[in-house]
Design a protein around this ligand. Structure first.
Ligand SMILES: Cc1cc2nc3c(=O)[nH]c(=O)nc-3n(C[C@H](O)[C@H](O)[C@H](O)COP(=O)(O)OP(=O)(O)OC[C@H]3O[C@@H](n4cnc5c(N)ncnc54)[C@H](O)[C@@H]3O)c2cc1C
Length: 323
């Protein structure tokens, strides 16, 4: 028996999200009195793989097969399934992002494993196996009981945090049985965003909506993000209109984020938007309409015109930073 955590890397490096997953899975393994195995696909140096040990993974499996360097739902699922079988894992943990959404349900079907998507805490009970998750676009919680012998959990971002639990990780290559026929898609090209803070891992997010009136007004949003070392985000209509890339769209149908600080400029605060940002620790909203729903979820609010508030805010932050 073991707990298996699937962790992703970017260009051979693990980031906060991966370590949070290992920390979370480590707590579960500890509670269950079993060992934790981390699995990573692609080209990752062994010293990077061994970093998972700092958060409690006693074993780290790596599959260094160039065909697996890009997400292929079918092939990745098959590889994870084989690792689960090799390690006799009874709990599988992965992130609830795009990969988790694609892989976890397939794995659930193949392993006949009950699944909780978007968990927010470690199981409150192991018998019965009960996990809390967000539901109704983040407006409520459900406690879900999984009755199958193998269970899959996808963890909401920033729900658990990164916690050190150092052990020496044994790094091993894992050679699953996959053939070219298992690869159903091929990524021909991908665009990289360089020099930008990654939205899902940012501590501060500067976001804006239709109240900005048009893409030509995004300069101060970019400037504020740059001054704060923040990522930029937007509401869905802004991305739909093509004012900003869809990679920035947050909400029920976009990215779900949980930064320490979320700025909402000219965003009404529709329930579908709030679903993606409600776990932010502090929400600061600027809207000219005092009745805008965003103010009911905001910790701090400014009733005012974004075009007037933004330059003053940037100036004040620059002055504070210069002190
Ligand atoms: C199934 C479904 C899924 C959806 N998924 C998402 C999602 O994932 N993410 C998402 O964001 N939306 C989503 N939506 C859309 C959502 O319902 C809202 O329509 C959208 O969030 C509104 O975007 P907005 O706040 O930018 O624009 P608006 O609703 O147009 O609000 C603009 C706000 O700006 C304010 N404003 C205007 N001018 C100024 C100014 N000069 N200064 C200050 N404030 C100003 C206004 O008072 C208003 O509150 C979804 C909808 C559906 C039906």
């Amino acid at each position: 028996m073991s707990v298996l955590v699937f962790i992703e890397h970017r260009e051979g490096k693990f980031h906060k999200g991966a370590f949070e997953l290992v920390s979370y899975a480590s707590r579960i393994a500890n509670d269950m009195g079993t060992s934790l195995v981390a699995l990573s696909l692609g080209d990752v140096p062994s010293d990077e793989l061994s970093k998972a040990g700092a958060y409690g993974a006693g074993k780290v499996l790596n599959v260094n097969d160039s065909r697996l360097s890009q997400l292929d739902n079918a092939a990745w699922t098959k590889v994870i399934e084989q690792a689960v079988q090799q390690e006799s894992a009874t709990v599988i943990v992965m992130a609830s992002g795009f990969t988790g959404k694609a892989i976890a349900p397939r794995l659930s079907a193949r392993l006949r494993a009950g699944m909780v998507a978007y968990a927010t805490a470690v199981p409150s009970s192991y018998n019965p196996f009960t996990v809390r998750k967000k539901t109704f676009s983040g407006k409520a919680f459900s406690d879900v009981v999984i009755n199958t012998p193998v269970r899959i959990i996808t963890l909401a971002p920033n729900a658990f945090g990164v916690h050190e639990a150092p052990v020496t990780a044994e790094v091993k290559q894992f050679t699953p049985s996959v053939t070219d026929a298992d690869f159903t898609t091929k990524v021909e090209s991908s665009e990289k965003f360089s020099g930008k803070v990654l939205l899902t891992e940012a501590d501060i997010v500067v976001s804006a909506g239709r109240g900005m009136k048009g893409p030509e007004n995004w300069g101060p949003i970019e400037e504020l993000a740059s001054v704060l070392g923040a990522a930029t985000a937007c509401s869905r209509p802004v991305a739909d209109e093509g004012w900003r890339p869809h990679t920035e769209h947050v909400g029920q149908t976009g990215k779900v984020i949980a930064p320490n600080v979320y700025f909402a400029f000219g965003i009404s605060g529709a329930i579908q938007h709030v679903a993606g940002i409600s776990s932010s620790k502090v929400i600061i909203a600027v809207n000219k309409d005092p009745e805008a729903p965003i103010f009911s979820v905001a910790d701090y609010g400014i009733v005012g015109d974004v075009q007037k508030v933004l330059p003053q805010l940037i100036q004040s932050i620059k002055e504070v930073k210069a002190q």
